[in-house]
Design a protein around this ligand. Structure first.
Ligand code: NDP
Length: 307
């Protein structure tokens, strides 16, 4: 399929994803169709949504209203945290396809690994996504917020290597270990909150570089992401910003400018979202019956080898 002027990145399954897309996290459903329509009019051909965002239906409406052929738009969605067990994952994926009014998505992700929930089992969830890949309803499959230890487990226990890992990554939190793991294992990195939801745009280093290249701070940070090889999908509901964030392919940062942004990394202190090793949505914890919680606790206390 053709994706207009945006470069593509080849995934480990041979498919090509547009490196720049449009994210719809926190866009209320009534505004989502119009935002998607505007993004497609501006030239985007890749939309990143999730069951959790509750706007998949509106994404489908926006694509249909745009006049762009559905086959020319890369659509990613994600499995919600309450649906990790295989039967629930199958129902959830069917609901995603129904909401989008399509028979397939380009990419389907496990949204969070949730290693402290579901008895630590995200492997059977991944095997269920492998089913979706085999039956063609998910053309590519991947994960989000997976740490190297989680990816190692998938490598040891399952058949398909995730095509992408979608992780928090921006100048203040460069998530270098996870990024390097992906690079070494052929897993493309998708950077979520690529401009840290706007927080990096006032940084003096970023604004100085913006002055040097005659671009906006957002364009500088997004261009840094592109030159790092990351796949990005900035979110905006402001028409000028939607267009601004798409205009990234007619200028470059030099190696000195890249290095100055690299130096903004604050390590773990720069993380804005939850830590994937511990993230467990409270409503899911609340749903675990007390009897099961005490079983998990006593299993953890038992010495190794004692059953
Ligand atoms: P972003 O880093 O894309 O920032 C979005 C914010 O920045 C909005 O407040 C927007 O304001 C503002 N903004 C956008 N463009 C500009 C600009 N040119 N100048 C100034 N301000 C600007 O944050 P997100 O958290 O939305 O991340 C992007 C996407 O990543 C999400 O939409 C989602 O698809 C994905 N994501 C995935 C997660 C996961 O766990 N897998 C977690 C979080 C995000 P306004 O809209 O008012 O213009």
């Amino acid at each position: 399929m053709g994706f207009g002027s945006v470069p593509t990145i080849e995934l480990n399954d041979g498919r090509k994803i547009p490196q720049l897309g449009f994210g719809v996290f926190q866009i209320p459903p009534p505004e989502t169709a119009e935002a998607v329509r505007q993004a497609l009019a501006a030239g985007y051909r890749h939309i990143d949504t999730a069951a959790m965002y509750r706007n998949e239906r509106a994404v489908g409406e926006g694509i249909r209203a745009s006049g762009v052929e559905a086959g020319e738009v890369w659509v990613t969605s994600k499995l919600n945290n309450g649906s990790h067990r295989p039967a629930a994952a199958r129902r959830a994926f069917a609901a995603t396809l129904k909401a989008l009014r399509t028979d397939h998505v380009d990419l389907f992700l496990i949204h969070w690994p949730l290693p402290t929930l579901y008895d630590g089992d995200f492997v059977s969830t991944w095997r269920t996504l492998e089913e979706f890949a085999r039956d063609g309803r998910a053309r590519s499959i991947g994960v989000s917020n997976f740490q190297p230890a989680h990816l190692e487990r998938l490598a040891a226990e399952t058949q398909i290597t995730p095509a992408v890992n979608q992780i928090e990554l921006h100048p203040y939190f460069q998530n270098r270990e996870v990024h390097a793991y992906g690079r070494a294992h052929g897993i493309a990195t998708e950077a979520w909150s690529p401009i840290a939801q706007g927080d990096v745009l006032g940084d003096p280093v970023v604004t100085a570089i913006a002055g040097e290249v005659g671009r906006t701070a957002a364009q500088v940070v997004l261009r840094w992401q592109v030159q790092k090889g990351n796949i990005i999908f900035p979110k905006s509901t402001t028409p000028e910003r939607i267009r601004e964030n798409h205009a990234l392919f007619d200028f470059q940062l030099d190696s000195g400018q890249m290095t100055r942004i690299d130096a903004l990394d604050r390590g773990e202190a720069g993380r804005r979202g939850p830590n994937p090793d511990t993230f467990a949505p409270s409503r899911l914890i609340a749903a675990i019956p007390p009897s099961v919680k005490s079983l998990i606790a006593s299993a953890k206390r038992r010495p190794l080898g004692v059953r």
